[in-house]
Design a binder for this molecule. Structure first.
Ligand code: SF4
Ligand code: SF4
Length: 115
């Protein structure tokens, strides 16, 4: 069990190595800071209207690294999904840690990790 009150991110970057869904307000905020060409349609579902942040190799296009520590290069205006992770609307989660395979469950994780 992890709780929002005691949670501390160790900047491992694992939750930024899955596809991150964004909506029009997320995109607008990022574009207002001058970024362009950072989204993609879900490549696993042709014709789908869902939009995700592009990835570079295994990482979100906005993920930076300082040695083994990751950081979000758009942290002040990162998408809502990223702000809510891993608790979203909950104060506690019945999982052993915040790794996305545990927070999202293995089937969702597999889909979001595939591309
Ligand atoms: S998986 Fe957990 S510890 Fe790693 S960056 Fe994401 S929130 Fe932080
Ligand atoms: S926008 Fe930032 S917090 Fe969100 S997935 Fe990308 S690097 Fe991670």
């Amino acid at each position: 069990m992890i709780s929002k009150k005691e949670f501390s991110c160790v900047d491992c970057g694992k939750c930024c190595q899955i596809m991150t869904k964004v909506d029009s307000s997320d995109i607008e905020k990022i574009e207002m800071r001058g970024h362009r060409d950072f989204t993609m349609k879900n490549p696993l579902r042709g014709g789908d209207s869902e939009v995700y942040l592009k990835r570079v190799k295994d990482d979100c296009i906005f993920l930076g690294w300082k040695g083994e520590k990751s950081y979000c290069t758009i942290h002040p205006y990162r998408p809502k999904t990223c702000r809510g992770y891993p608790f979203f609307d909950h104060n506690t989660l019945d999982v052993k840690d915040c790794l996305p395979e545990n927070v999202l469950g293995s089937s969702v994780f597999k889909v979001l990790r595939q591309v």
